[in-house]
Design a protein around this ligand. Sequence first.
Ligand SMILES: Nc1nc2c(ncn2[C@@H]2O[C@H](COP(=O)(O)OP(=O)(O)OP(=O)(O)O)[C@@H](O)[C@H]2O)c(=O)[nH]1
Ligand SMILES: [Mg+2]
Length: 268
Amino acid sequence: MTQELLQASLQEKIADYHQWRNALADTIIGYRDWLVRSDNSNSLQELRLTDFADMLRKDRLILALVAEFSRGKTETINALFFADHDQRLLPSEAGRTTMCPTELLWEEGEEPCIKLLPIETRLTDDSLTYLKTLPKLWKKFRLETDFPEQMRKTLRQLIEKKEVSIEEAIKLGLWSPKDPNNALQNRTHIEVPVWRHAIINYPHELLKNGLVVIDTPGLNVLGTEPELTHKVIPGAHAVLFLTATDTGVTHSDMQIWNEFIRDQAKYK
Ligand SMILES: Nc1nc2c(ncn2[C@@H]2O[C@H](COP(=O)(O)OP(=O)(O)OP(=O)(O)O)[C@@H](O)[C@H]2O)c(=O)[nH]1
Ligand SMILES: [Mg+2]
């Protein structure tokens, strides 16, 4: 199947699902109004039905891409959402690229933008769900959707790294002496991501119809965000697990499958 056909079919199915949800919400509201008219309703029941219809309209279909680094997660998203721009809008390179979990969605009433949560928010115990309710903490950059080159530059912030002292990295929960991947070799500083989480608000048809796509970084960063493991991945309606043809299924691929998908994801 060509990429265009695949995209068209996905677009059609997501749009159908969106319409089905809205039609069901309309039916529920119709039923609520009928109950009110026929004097068979009470205010608690009315409230429940209104909430249920609201929930259906706002419901999103969440797809998470989970895999070791360099397996093509970001490239898949680039192909699905940004192929029209003839360039890789999300940074995708050989080696470790994506540094923080990235949600791609469309929020009606907000401008196209990228919102970035500083890594320092890890110094508190606040959950990501709570931090999402505090817009002041997020750095927001407008996305110029008519200027792909400008968008590409803005989106490169997703891979920003910085050097911090080992003490600081320990405080951020990004370095543990027990981790065999963390051999220091006499270094006093290590590289950490500048951002902890990113939300991209982008007006693509699939996203407008309620699809949310979550791009995740490879094993090292995945393991540092318990909320990703225990909430985001289990909460996804579908998890896409990628492996590479050149490496085959590696030990770290299996580790991700066992720890983050097999035991966590409901739908894979
Ligand atoms: N030949 C080939 N190269 C691919 C394919 N998918 C991805 N690549 C290349 O592999 C490299 C890594 O791809 P990414 O999409 O950045 O991988 P990722 O899984 O997002 O990796 P991280 O962000 O580091 O977790 C890039 O240079 C891609 O162009 C593929 O299907 N075939
Ligand atoms: Mg990536």
